[in-house]
Design a protein around this ligand. Sequence first.
Ligand code: NDP
Length: 332
Amino acid sequence: MFNALVVTRDEDKKTAASVQSLELDQLPEGNVTVAVEYSTVNYKDGLCIGPGGGLVREYPHVPGIDFAGTVESSDDDRYKEGDKVVLTGWRVGEAHWGGYAQKARVKADWLVPLPQGLTTRQSMAVGTAGLTAMLAVLALENHGLKQQAADGSAVLVTGAAGGVGSVATAILANLGYQVAAVTGRPDTSDYLTGLGASQIVAREEINETTKRPLESETWAGCVDAVGGAMLARVLGQLKYGSSAAAIGLAGGADLPATVIPFLLRGVNLLGIDSVMQPYENRLTAWQRIATDLPLDKLESMVQPATLSDLPQLGKSILKGGVMGRVVVDVNA
Ligand code: NDP
């Protein structure tokens, strides 16, 4: 028997989440069974703990879009009992039972070995949000971020006090970039400065609408977790030839932009998807996380939680009310 957060749905399509005891043979199919140690709370988890947001395929459901733990049994040559592993993406926690459980059964292809230098807890302090932040930084660097920032121009991070934003801020600062952190929560200034932000920008400053499609060339690049009007405004403030990596839509899915920044400033909009990343890309990003993320800063981002805290945390993250990264100790 093991414990899991189970979401059920009744005939009126009303969902409820509670911690329940399950048997191993209730786990979905897969060729690796993992004793889960830690999982995290992401925006998508908030949706899946609640009414599902169209993500959950079948009820009862165990959410948790990422986890780290130890292989308990495997019929795949790449993994053996006792190996430490990390999982992100592949619709685990949405279409397949996820990490809000003491056991998980998944396809070997979805896992990566825990990179050297990271513990399972640290890897989940990073989690899907941090992997996405790293993928965004790698994409920006592949599009010339170093040259764009060589004159000291800052890289803008939107939704900076959230999960992706916090890790992006810490990684960029550690790599030596000036980081301008956009937040709607002024009380997070000290936290963001502690992560390495050199400048705090009030959310309203970037959210203010303007009729001008182009403004002063200000940012060397942008990691954008917010989308919507904020991303549209940022496009007109990027330096000539620089890029914004769009990772999320916390501020809305519409993009009320014009083509002018693309035509007259040659800016790039890079879409970042962590879900369907092939093994090699995930491995590279995890290895870069182990070397490029200041692990001493990681702890300041972490809010610890247990399985029974999840129903409340799910509601909170959907309202933008979670700071940094929530690490769920599924055995606590
Ligand atoms: P969080 O809720 O932790 O952070 C989002 C942050 O965005 C908030 O903390 C807040 O930052 C800011 N924000 C929220 N609402 C608004 C608003 N209405 N206007 C402006 N800013 C707002 O979420 P995550 O960091 O985990 O995820 C961020 C986004 O990225 C989500 O949309 C998520 O679904 C997506 N995502 C995408 C992935 C991918 O593969 N592309 C992977 C992981 C996440 P502050 O308080 O500092 O203003």
